[in-house]
Write a new protein. Structure first.
Length: 125
């Protein structure tokens, strides 16, 4: 086997290791956050959440590295958005959401992510 034959496998292992490291770093951040004390009252529905409006708009997420991914904005509020995408990708902690028809261009934190979808919280300016 030549060195070239195993190069893609090495790259795949490196990407998996990098994704695992980013995930581990996120877990460390969550674990380091102080726990809040409270009773069952903490489980009450949130009333301070901004009203979400369903939408279906093609948009782009741009990473700090310059990488981009095409997404669909599924709902939008003044404080954030839900986006869905087809690629299996681990989003970084912060992204730039751009949608041309509404001229939306805003930095956002990735609050949650599951395969094919993510919740974004817009960075206050």
């Amino acid at each position: 086997m030549h060195a070239r034959d195993d190069a893609p496998d090495t790259m795949t292992r490196q990407r998996k290791r990098e994704a695992s490291n980013r995930f581990a770093e996120r877990l460390r951040k969550v674990a380091a956050a102080p726990a809040t004390e409270g009773g069952h009252d903490d489980l009450a529905p949130r009333t301070d959440r901004a009203e979400r409006k369903p939408t279906f708009k093609a948009a782009t997420l741009t990473f700090i590295t310059g990488d981009r991914i095409e997404v669909i904005v599924k709902n939008l509020s003044v404080t954030g958005a839900r986006v869905e995408f087809m690629r299996n990708v681990l989003l970084p902690d912060r992204v730039l959401l751009s949608e041309q028809t509404t001229r939306l261009k805003v930095w956002a934190y990735v609050i949650w992510q599951e395969p094919g979808a993510a919740g974004l919280e817009f960075v206050a300016t």
